[in-house]
Design a protein around this ligand. Sequence first.
Ligand SMILES: O=C(O)CCC(=O)C(=O)O
Length: 240
Amino acid sequence: MRELTGLQLEEYREQGFVTLGPLLSRDEIATLRAEEERFRLPVGYGGERNQNLRVNIQLCNRSEPIRHFCTAGPQLGALAQLAGSALCLTHQQFVTKLPDAEDEHSDIPWHQDNGYGRLEPMTDVTLWVPLVDTDESNGCLRVLPGSHRQGLLEHGAAGVNPVLREAACGNEGQPLPLAAGEGVAFSGLTLHGSGPNRSSRPRPAFYVRYCSPDTRMVAEDGSERPVLEDPHSWMVWGEA
Ligand SMILES: O=C(O)CCC(=O)C(=O)O
């Protein structure tokens, strides 16, 4: 199990993200890539104009390798340090960018994860692990260091894709090129996004969101319920 040093904890507090190094072996990467292909939806996320962005969510109950990584992967100790002391899994998804032609855009605009499914308190942590080597040519993750300190920003419908949300950033941010199987943890308030995939191969990534078990889920109408009442929430570290 990975444990973060004092310096890494400080980095997360200051920057809103911290890289975790390799989390998956070559075999595990190959297995998760095969699962991503098996579950890849035949339609884009956001309709006709957005065929290259494929998202499939909450697959833990359908796949042992996905469940195993989310509930017993080497990241859990580190993420428990970041979220509090105990850890609850709340959301998992594959995000895949198929190769974009010049006029196609599988971009994910700047957003905070709490600008989508809001959690309270906003001490949640997302783990993002690409399943191929990533850099700016195939849409690696981009973050805005320190942006978590602004609190929750207003999100509107994204111009690039009607089902995505976007917050104003006003900055190029920092590209985070990662090798296949390496992880980065970022706060639910850290502005992040990704550009198009201008390579000739798909760019699959694995996304898992964790929080403290005393978190509440806040619906669009403002109503709240304990995170552990959601059927996709599982305790993965410590006691509720
Ligand atoms: O996979 C990506 O490019 C980014 C995914 C992301 O930002 C998200 O799902 O919130």
